[in-house]
Design a protein around this ligand. Structure first.
Ligand SMILES: C[S@@+](CC[C@H](N)C(=O)[O-])C[C@H]1O[C@@H](n2cnc3c(N)ncnc32)[C@H](O)[C@@H]1O
Length: 305
């Protein structure tokens, strides 16, 4: 429906929503237009020829506007929105990266996959990465475990010096992301990356068995602690048992849905976790997108000098 009587109202609603939500105005416009077009109550209200003033106050219009805002909200809350770009066509499985794909084809595939996940999408590849600030100042990690990784390993590997690590274990409960990482691991064909569908609630036994001395040099726990703390606080105890000597723990600077800074809240949550886990802060980490710390874990104190 494109009823000219709604044009000004829609424009105002879209402008206001674009100021509030992390979605571009065109996408917001589309959602409002679709929801309005599908509202039979609003269509009926328009048939009664209301004045523009009456229309703005019409309860059915208000209801439709509310429904559109809700839709925007829920779309933004998904790590991999199923309605946009590549994931629209690949809802169940990610596109395959052929084992014999060229470097150029692989680069395009990487770009596409990175863009599907909200966390990696906002952490742009040309920006600095938490790994860069620690890699030359501490013993270079040989083994990395990336927890709640999404498709982040595709980015992290880009920021690690060549031949620096021998094991990169990627863990997430999201099957789609892990399947994508497996394609990439197969394409690399160097045994460096292994990816596993895994939920934090299942603990670490099978994971520590993957590595020689049962302890990884470095855990990447990026943008995860606030998520777990919100959803299932009790799981933080399991997280504190992670089999790793050091960890990069971060939170986001910006909220996922609204255009607002949340770094102080995120740092507060992470700090409480570090105190409870008794981990020691070694270095502050700040990038354009993330804030957090490099820490030594309890596990390290107990097992190595
Ligand atoms: C905010 S994203 C961060 C992704 C990645 N660490 C990054 O920084 O790009 C949080 C990720 O944690 C995963 N996750 C949430 N709860 C989890 C759980 N209980 N076990 C495993 N993964 C989990 C989600 O599937 C999602 O990919």
């Amino acid at each position: 429906m494109s009823d000219p009587r709604l044009d000004d109202i829609l424009e105002d609603l879209v402008k206001r929503a674009a100021r509030e939500y992390r979605m571009d105005a065109d996408a917001i416009q589309q959602i409002f237009s679709d929801v309005f077009a599908n509202s039979t109550e609003l269509t009926k209200a328009l048939q009664k020829n209301p004045t523009p003033r009456q229309l703005r106050k019409n309860p059915h219009l208000k209801k439709a506007a509310q429904a559109a805002r809700k839709k925007i909200y829920y779309q933004l809350r998904q790590y991999r929105p199923k309605t946009t770009g590549l994931t629209e066509k690949h809802t169940e499985h990610p596109p395959i990266l052929a084992k014999n794909a060229s470097q150029q084809e692989a680069e395009q595939w990487l770009k596409d996959i990175i863009n599907t996940h909200i966390s990696t999408q906002e952490r742009r590849i040309e920006q600095s990465h938490p790994l860069e600030s620690i890699i030359n100042r501490h013993p270079t990690p040989r083994s990395i475990v990336d927890v709640g990784c999404g498709v982040h390993p595709l980015q992290a590997l880009h920021h690690l010096p060549e031949n620096c690590i021998s094991h990169y274990t990627a863990l997430d409960r999201d099957r789609w992301s892990i399947e994508a990482l497996k394609h990439y691991a197969d394409w690399r064909n160097d045994g460096l990356l292994s990816a596993h569908v895994w939920d934090l609630s299942s603990g670490w036994q099978n994971i520590s068995d993957l590595i020689d001395d049962n302890l990884y040099d470095l855990a990447l726990i990026q943008k995860l602690i606030p998520v777990i703390s919100r959803r299932n606080d009790a799981l933080l105890e399991t997280l504190a048992q992670i089999p790793a000597r050091r960890a990069i723990v971060t939170g986001s600077r910006m909220a996922m849905v609204r255009r607002k800074q949340i770094h102080k809240r995120e740092l507060g949550i992470i700090q409480r976790f570090l105190e409870q886990a008794n981990w020691t802060i070694e270095q502050q980490i700040q990038t354009e997108d993330e804030v957090g710390w490099l820490v030594r874990t309890d596990q390290e104190k107990g097992s190595i000098s």
